[in-house]
Write a protein that binds this ligand. Structure first.
Ligand code: HEM
Ligand code: NAG
Ligand code: NAG
Ligand code: NAG
Ligand code: NAG
Length: 323
């Protein structure tokens, strides 16, 4: 009886998954329609990131923001219209950059194969290539995403985890997108590159519990160093998230977090979960860290969240606008 019930549940789930995803993404999706797409994206992205290495981080973050809001459907790229404020203009976006880079890559692809490759696929490929230019891992990107036609600012607020989340909240946020605790810690390793505005963490530095103190989860020397960079009201200064190697994709993030130097509450909070802490310690302890391999795997998984395929969605002509 219990077994029968179990089967019913499994079949029901299979049915739900199949009907949502329509078709699966494929590695050689554009083999016939745009065989050079990966070479074009790689050439353009390499050119852009070599000239402006600090653009790689915001592009990686943009792909994450795209996938967590309405699935990886390029909705993060859409501009606001008179009728609706887009994700781009939501609070968590503020610091997103690199829209121009995506547009340039899209134009290069359009010149060769007009109206064939989606903006969502281009963003997934650009992200992969940008990480590679910073000496990060390489992964194969399954393709065939269609672009969505809707982008709603309020959805960014409810779907993106804020930097003050604790580990319970982070796990719930990732679980709601089909990602587990391992994906959470592995993808948080994306904070090995890039910068943050002081305002994303300064509440940890000043009067944290109302007694003029800083967050006890933050190394006190590190907090002092950050206070010298960030005044309590600073909203413009940028701080390197992995100081000294913020333009290199490496495993340093885990050493920082282990030393209680994770910049955000959400970074520090990872230590509060025993299994996640064990993963972090393994990355620090062993010479052959598994982070690159794990990151590649979790990026592929993240890149499949809620994708539109088949007859759903469209191939946008310009990434900022619905056709
Ligand atoms: C676990 C939950 C996460 C939280 C709470 C979070 C939060 C943040 C915040 C607050 C910033 C700084 C924004 C600013 O003030 O300029 C940031 C930056 C960044 N995040 Fe995350 N993030 C998370 C997960 C991820 C994931 C999954 C990735 C990609 C795999 C990622 C990649 C990045 C990158 C690359 C930057 C630097 C962007 C730049 O240099 O402009 N983050 N994140
Ligand atoms: C679309 O939005 C981007 C970023 O907000 C802006 O730079 C660009 O000018 C907008 N494009 C148009 C055509 O309005
Ligand atoms: C995380 O925050 C939620 C909501 O504020 C709270 O209920 C929960 O106890 C917290 N969990 C941890 C591990 O601090
Ligand atoms: C710190 O927080 C406490 C309690 O919220 C408040 O009474 C005090 O004025 C704050 N101190 C500063 C320097 O902001
Ligand atoms: C890149 C981008 O579009 N940033 C916008 C994010 O949202 C704020 C408003 O909250 C806009 O002022 C920014 O231009």
């Amino acid at each position: 009886m219990a077994l029968a019930k179990h089967f019913v549940v499994v079949f029901a789930l299979l049915f739900v998954f199949n009907s949502c995803s329509g078709q699966r993404l494929k590695l050689r999706y554009y083999r016939k329609t745009c065989p050079k797409v990966e070479a074009i994206v790689k050439r353009e992205t390499t050119r852009i990131i070599t000239r402006a290495p600090t653009l790689a981080a915001p592009l990686l973050r943009m792909h994450f923001h795209d996938c967590f809001v309405r699935g990886c459907d390029g909705s993060v790229l859409l501009n606001s219209t008179r009728r609706a404020q887009a994700e781009k203009d939501a609070i968590p976006n503020q610091s997103l950059r690199g829209f121009g880079a995506v547009d340039r890559v899209k134009s290069a692809v359009e010149r060769k194969c007009p109206g064939v490759v989606s903006c969502a696929d281009i963003l997934a490929l650009v992200t992969r290539d940008a990480v590679s230019v910073l000496n990060g891992p390489f992964w194969k990107v399954p393709l065939g995403r269609k672009d969505g036609k809707v982008s709603i600012a309020a959805e960014a607020l409810t779907n993106l985890p804020p930097p003050f989340f604790n580990v319970t909240q982070l796990k719930a946020s990732f679980a709601s997108k089909g990602l587990n605790s391992k994906d959470l810690v592995v993808l948080s390793g994306g904070h090995t590159i890039g910068t943050s505005h002081c305002s994303s963490f300064s509440s940890r530095l000043y009067n944290f519990t109302g007694r003029g103190d800083s967050d006890p989860a933050l190394d006190s020397n590190y907090a002092a160093r950050l206070r010298r960079k960030c005044s309590p009201t600073d909203v413009t200064t940028l701080v390197e998230m992995d100081p000294g190697s913020f333009k290199t994709f490496d495993e340093d993030y885990f050493a920082l977090v282990a030393k209680r130097r994770g910049l955000f509450t959400s970074d520090s909070a990872l230590l509060a979960d025993a299994k996640i802490r064990a993963y972090i310690n393994r990355q620090v302890a062993t010479k052959g860290s598994t982070f690159f391999k794990d990151f590649a795997k979790s990026m592929v998984k993240m890149g499949k969240i809620g994708v539109l395929t088949g007859n759903n969605g469209e191939i946008r002509k310009r990434c900022a606008f619905v056709n």
